[in-house]
Design a protein. Structure first.
Length: 134
């Protein structure tokens, strides 16, 4: 990758931008008629789920308060985010709290959430996770 920065590269490291090593994606609208199902094939996380996980000391998001079926997912034209995607709120007061978690399974997130996913298999989601906490 090309070094566009003023600092010389450190041996073994290369300067890059987040968008060159990760995909950045947004969540989907979550109509009320699909909300409130405690079981289903696909977890559908909301900002409150991120807050609860962080307040319980978890960095992996595994338990949702909402699930949908695969057919509902297709109706919404939504594509689940990959396991290992780092997710965080993109609006409101939740941004100030700087809460981030890592999806513990392929999941949907609502449209108030952004996701960042490494495009390199060998790159640890934990590295990006801790980078995004800065």
């Amino acid at each position: 990758m090309k070094n566009n920065f003023n600092s010389p590269p450190i041996k073994g490291w290369v300067w890059t931008r987040l968008g060159e090593v990760a995909d950045i994606c947004s969540g989907y609208g979550f109509p009320e008629k699909y909300q409130g199902k405690l079981q289903g094939e696909i977890p559908f996380f909301k900002v409150g789920d991120i807050s609860k996980a962080v307040m319980n000391g978890n960095i992996y998001l595994k338990k949702a308060e909402n699930y949908i079926s695969t057919s509902n997912c297709k109706e919404l034209k939504a594509k689940p985010l990959n396991d290992g995607t780092i997710v965080f709120a993109k609006i409101g007061e939740a941004i100030k709290l700087n809460r981030r978690v890592i999806l513990g399974q392929d999941s949907l997130v609502d449209n108030n959430i952004m996701g960042v996913y490494s495009i390199f298999q060998e790159q640890s989601e934990l590295f990006i996770f801790y980078f995004l906490l800065q």
